[in-house]
Structure formats: structure tokens, C-alpha cells
Ligand binder design. Structure first.
Ligand code: NAD
Ligand code: ZN
Length: 253
């Protein structure tokens, strides 16, 4: 990868870096993105059924089964070279805030202990009725190929049913998560947008806000996105290749 002098200087002088990631960050770990043709999960299922409270109310076993199938796949996946490079970068800069749209825990498992999950997590379900958190039993249950319908567990407190801890269509983001993300975005001098199509709002607003506030926006994505004409740098490539190369260049300096 060609890392030009201006980009290198920007990174070396950065006081606060925000790394903002989307589904493309986990693609090389074998977790399907939503919009990549052929592999996207949305190709096979209707999102309005699987990712909405209406869909959950209508068929809890279908929706819970789908999320459990996805969680099993994540538990079996490993962080890729991109996740690891982000964790390494975190150790080498004054301040780094990691914001993700991903509902997996691959950033955490590669060493980033503090991650802002804008769209929630597959690993933090809660009661649909009383909102108390639910703890999964340990271990990785058997996962039939292609998934299956599965009745959700019951809440220990109110006997309500458990729902996935992700933000569904039509739902607000957690106010605390959004505030933290916004705060970091407005105080950073470098903003990385990695592996996101920049189509899902309000998350897609963050790099635009960063740029308007004077931060340099660096996009890492093998394809074109809605952010291309707003980013200062478009590094065309996979997260698992570009991020390690970038880290190497920084270390070599
Ligand atoms: P998206 O599917 O809309 O876009 C994925 C982007 O990643 C595309 O621009 C694609 O070109 C890029 N990409 C593909 N492979 C890449 C790679 N190896 N390196 C870098 N980029 C790569 O995903 P999104 O923008 O995150 O938004 C959609 C929603 O999908 C989010 O709300 C998120 O919660 C959800 N989602 C999460 C996961 C996960 O947790 N791993 C998986 C699927 C979907
Ligand atoms: Zn409950």
C-alpha cells in the first residue's frame, strides 16, 4: 500500500483517533456483511421480519433462532488481521476511541476492551417485557447448518421472553452510546471509517460530523461508498490488509 507522506504525518501527529467500523471489518473473519451481493444475510431473509419488534412479536422462535444462529457463527469466528491491527494501533496512540456498528465481539476479543456498540450486541440480550439483562449459559451449543427456529428463553424475573440485544429497524440507538460516539467524533483529529457502506443513519453521520469539525477522514473499503467524496483519503482494500500495512508503516517510521 502506498502511504503518502501527508497521511503518515497526519497519523503521527494525531492526538485522538476515532476508529469507526462496520460489517466489512468482520468480513475476513467469515461473518457476512448485510449488503455484499451473494453473501449478505439480507439476500436470504426479509429484514423487516427478522430485525424488527413487529417481526419478533409475530414469530419469536424464527427471530430468536436467526439471532442465535448468527451468535453461534460469531462465537466460532476469530478476529482477523484488521481487528488485531486496530488493537495494536490503540496501544500506540495517545487516545483512540473505537465505535462499531457491528453486533459481534471480535474487537473485544482482539484486545479492545472499551468499544462503543452503536447497534447493540448479539451477546447482550434482554427481557422483551422488563428489559433486564439475560445471561447466556456458557459454551457453544450445536448449530444445525442453516440455523433453526428456537423458542427464546424466559426472563428469570418476570417470565417475559428474551429478545436479542441489537438495535432493530425503527428503534432508537442507546442514548448513552450515541452521546459517547458524538463526543469522540467532535474531539478527534483523525477519523477512520472502516468497512461500512455509510448508508445506515444516524451512524453514517459521524464521519461527516468529524470532517466538518476539522478532522481528517480516512476510509478503508475495497468498494465505493456514500462517503467517498467526503473522505480525505480513500484507501481501497480489505481491512485485514490495509490496517496491518498502515500499522507497519507507522512502526517503521
Ligand atoms: P454493510 O453491509 O452495509 O457494508 C459493508 C461494507 O463493507 C461495504 O461497503 C463493503 O464494501 C465493505 N467490505 C466488504 N469486505 C470488506 C473488507 N474485507 N474490508 C473492509 N471493508 C469491506 O454494513 P454496515 O455499513 O456495517 O451497515 C449495516 C448494518 O449491518 C449495521 O447496522 C450492523 O449492525 C449490521 N451488521 C453487523 C454485522 C457484524 O456484527 N459483523 C454483520 C452484518 C451486519
Ligand atoms: Zn423480564
Amino acid at each position: 500500500m502506498i502511504l503518502d507522506d501527508a497521511l503518515l504525518a497526519t497519523l503521527l501527529n494525531a492526538k485522538h483517533i476515532v476508529v469507526f467500523t462496520g460489517a466489512g471489518m468482520s468480513a475476513e473473519s467469515g461473518i457476512a456483511t448485510f449488503r455484499d451481493a451473494g453473501t449478505g444475510l439480507w439476500e436470504q431473509y426479509d429484514p423487516s421480519v427478522l430485525a424488527s419488534s413487529q417481526g419478533y412479536r409475530a414469530d419469536k422462535a424464527l427471530v430468536w433462532g436467526w439471532y442465535e444462529w448468527r451468535r453461534m457463527r460469531v462465537l466460532r469466528a476469530e478476529p482477523n488481521a484488521g481487528h488485531i491491527a486496530v488493537a495494536e494501533l490503540t496501544k500506540r496512540v495517545d487516545q483512540l476511541t473505537l465505535i462499531t456498528q457491528n453486533v459481534d465481539d471480535l474487537h473485544e476479543r482482539s484486545g479492545n476492551t472499551s468499544v462503543i456498540h452503536l447497534h447493540g450486541s448479539l451477546h447482550s440480550p434482554r427481557c422483551f417485557t422488563c428489559a433486564r439483562p439475560y445471561t447466556f449459559p456458557d459454551g457453544i451449543p450445536n448449530e444445525p447448518v442453516g440455523g433453526r427456529r428456537l423458542e427464546p428463553p424466559q426472563c428469570n424475573h418476570c417470565k417475559g421472553t428474551i429478545r436479542p440485544g441489537v438495535v432493530w429497524f425503527g428503534e432508537m440507538l442507546s442514548e448513552a452510546a450515541w452521546k459517547q460516539a458524538e463526543q469522540a467524533t467532535l474531539t478527534c483529529d483523525v477519523f477512520f471509517s472502516i468497512g461500512t457502506s455509510s448508508l445506515v443513519w444516524p451512524a453514517a453521520q459521524l464521519p461527516v460530523m468529524a470532517s466538518a469539525n476539522g478532522a481528517k477522514v480516512i476510509q478503508v473499503n475495497p468498494g465505493a461508498t456514500a462517503l467517498d467524496n467526503k473522505a480525505h483519503y480513500n484507501l481501497r482494500g480489505k481491512a485485514g490488509e490495509v490496517m496491518p500495512a498502515l500499522l507497519d508503516a507507522l512502526i517503521a517510521h
